[in-house]
Design a protein around this ligand. Structure first.
Ligand SMILES: Cc1cc2nc3c(=O)[nH]c(=O)nc-3n(C[C@H](O)[C@H](O)[C@H](O)COP(=O)(O)OP(=O)(O)OC[C@H]3O[C@@H](n4cnc5c(N)ncnc54)[C@H](O)[C@@H]3O)c2cc1C
Length: 473
């Protein structure tokens, strides 16, 4: 697109009658941002610098009524509708070319109910917003591992974090949601009301409507937890992964560990003479009393002499934001995932081979130990299908050089394809799903047909289709 050509947002806006836009803007209390407005550039920008889309109308919703109006406006004018929670999806599905964006970022309120040990969270809140409030009372709900991520996208597709083996997925802690469906109706969905919608929302992603608030169960966590963060030379990869496998086989549910192939960052906490060296890292948390866990990670901390061992007690909120600086806004990102039934030597060889060949030293290959509370829920109890997989492998390409886009994307795709060729690997996680190019059944498995039924009831025209789509047709 040359700088003189109209953008998709400008073109689409030009087709709307000014009076239609004006009367819509009068019905909305939040800001309505269109191309040319001073805040347009900021409003259309998402976390992944690879994403550059031009919506026609962005609505900074101030409440549920704004969401209802915006959904109706998009439907009436036959425009694509994107939903923005925290804006952190790698695929950039929070924005669309030429369509309407329901921007929920102002719906970020958090209220803890101490009596019932629950927290009510706005659909545009971030994980950091939630942890900050719940930790005032020594409570937490299971979310993810980077505080700037949005609760909306993370929870609706699963939500794996440092508490996953003890307390399950983020969606397992959900007790109730408020959701605006495609016809503009506001529903409360929980086990007793609109149970089909509640089932579908827990794992079916953004397919069923705009979730304006979420209520989660809270558990006693922190304020201090025991964190694991130990770095070994990549030459010790084989011994490190052997230890990881043995440890994972009978780890307690309190313990959730990720093994990563990474490169030593240029940060003060790391020995300067090792900066840039390839490494194998264990990152995790013991989500019980830190005193009980003091020796829990001994085996993982003594594989060989580490490059550095930063493990120890720390505030839960510190653990939850520890990785934030690694994922700045505007960098280029492309991430994909696949589940594996065993962390077999074949799998490890592949991970190490790809880790060593990564085009960017900011990239990582991660093995998440799952199981525990996640696999104690039946596979069809919620729409989240992949519960019985003990490990998930994610390839995270992170890079700054815009001329290196193709090789970084290819690195991830080739790595996932090579793993997929092994008998033990299949499926994919909806929150680490590249540019959403894979078939929906890859994520939803055998729950897909039931998702289609619920979709037909609540979104027969597929208004909410900018996601890993459940196609009502
Ligand atoms: C730095 C970083 C760290 C991450 N760490 C983890 C992790 O530890 N664990 C994990 O499980 N995932 C993790 N993820 C993946 C993350 O869960 C997804 O990227 C998720 O989509 C982000 O949600 P969001 O609301 O910020 O995204 P957005 O880009 O705003 O939304 C993505 C999509 O989700 C849907 N959506 C979002 N909010 C709503 C809503 N309120 N109502 C209806 N639909 C909605 C829409 O379809 C939207 O297009 C991480 C991502 C990043 C960028």
């Amino acid at each position: 697109m040359s700088q003189f050509e109209p953008t998709p947002g400008e073109r689409s806006l030009a087709e709307l009658s000014p009076s239609a836009l004006e009367s819509f803007a009068e019905t909305v209390r939040g800001g309505v941002v269109t191309p040319g407005d001073p805040s347009y550039e900021d409003a259309r920008t998402v976390w992944n610098g690879l994403v550059n889309r031009y919506p026609a109308v962005i609505v900074r919703c101030s409440g549920v009524a704004d969401v209802v109006e915006t959904v109706g406006f998009a439907r009436e004018h036959d425009l694509d509708l994107a939903v923005r929670g925290g804006g952190h999806n790698v695929a950039g599905s929070a924005v669309c070319d030429g369509g309407v964006v329901v921007d929920l970022s102002e719906l970020d309120g958090v209220r803890v109910d101490r009596e019932h040990q629950t927290v009510r969270v706005g659909g545009g809140a971030t994980l950091g917003d939630v942890d900050r409030e719940t930790q005032l009372f020594g409570l937490a709900t299971p979310l993810g591992v980077v505080s700037k991520t949005g609760v909306g996208g993370l929870t609706l597709n699963g939500g794996v974090g440092h508490l996953r083996r003890k307390h399950g997925l983020a969606l397992d802690a959900l007790e109730s949601v408020d959701v605006v469906t495609a016809d503009g109706t506001v529903h409360t969905a929980n086990p007793d009301r609109n149970a089909d919608l509640f089932w579908a929302i827990r794992g079916g992603g953004g397919n069923f409507g705009v979730v304006t608030s979420l209520e989660y169960a809270l558990y006693e966590v922190g304020p201090e937890v025991l964190g694991l963060f130990v770095w070994y030379d990549a030459a010790d990869a084989s011994a490190a992964f052997d230890t990881f496998r043995e440890y994972a086989d009978d780890a307690p549910h309190e313990s959730s560990v990720i093994a990563l192939y990474a490169y030593v960052p240029e940060l003060e906490e790391f020995p300067r003479d090792r900066w840039g060296d390839p490494a194998v890292v264990f990152l995790g948390c013991y989500a019980g009393d830190p005193a009980d866990g003091e020796t829990e990670f001994d085996a993982l901390r003594s594989v060989e002499t580490p490059i550095v061992d930063l493990s120890g007690r720390l505030p839960y909120t510190g653990l939850q934001s520890m990785l934030d600086p690694d994922y700045p806004d505007g960098r280029h990102y492309y991430w994909k995932s696949i589940y594996v039934d065993e962390c077999s030597p074949e799998v490890v060889d592949l991970l190490v081979e790809y880790g060593a060949d990564s085009p960017s030293s900011l990239s990582t290959v991660d093995v998440w130990h799952l199981g525990g509370a996640i696999s104690e829920v039946e596979k069809d109890a919620t729409a989240f299908w992949q519960r019985d997989r003990p490990y998930m492998v994610t390839f995270e390409a992170n890079w700054d050089d815009p001329t290196a886009n193709d090789e970084n994307v290819a690195w991830v795709r080739d790595g996932i394809a090579d793993l997929a060729a092994l008998d033990v690997a299949s499926g994919g996680y909806g929150n680490f799903a590249g540019f959403l190019e894979d078939p929906a059944r890859n994520v939803y498995g055998d729950n897909y047909d039931r998702l289609v039924e619920v979709k037909r009831r609540h979104d027969p025209e597929n208004l909410f289709h900018l996601n890993t789509n459940v196609d009502p047709a």
